[in-house]
Unconditional design. Sequence first.
Length: 173
Amino acid sequence: MSLVERAEISESYGETTADVAPGDWVGVLTELRDSGYTFFDWLTGVDDPPEDFFVVAHLYDPVGCRRLLVRTRIPRSDPHLPSAVGVFRGADWHERETYEMFGVTFDGHPHLVPLLLPDGFEGHPLRKDFILAARVAKAWPGAKEPGESGHGAPSRRKTLPPGVPADWGPPDA
């Protein structure tokens, strides 16, 4: 099957995105590498609550000067995806980081161990449901969002839009 048959291609804001099924992840990346997308830029996870994660890879074709975002959706309940290290060696570090920060397991990865966090760290800090320990141990000083301090919303000085003469009346008129 070709890329067109295995991926849903879309354009948004001048960027091309290929959405693929998890089972086609390595096959599509291999096909893209062989068709000119030889530069592996980055790979990461995106938390998409309540049920899924995206794994996203950015590739570049240096000859054709083309960029492509390849992504797949995996379930939060079983976040497994085949490793792309056999296709792009540069995916090694990125998959380890995604494993550590989001909890996505890359099956077949040669050395899937924590990379950045201290030994004994529990949880996956880039998941949206991760609770910051600092907020539990010590209350946040002040308002978290405008209007949460109990004093109402913050006030700003009223101004006229640029180019409006000052003698045209008060800003609230």
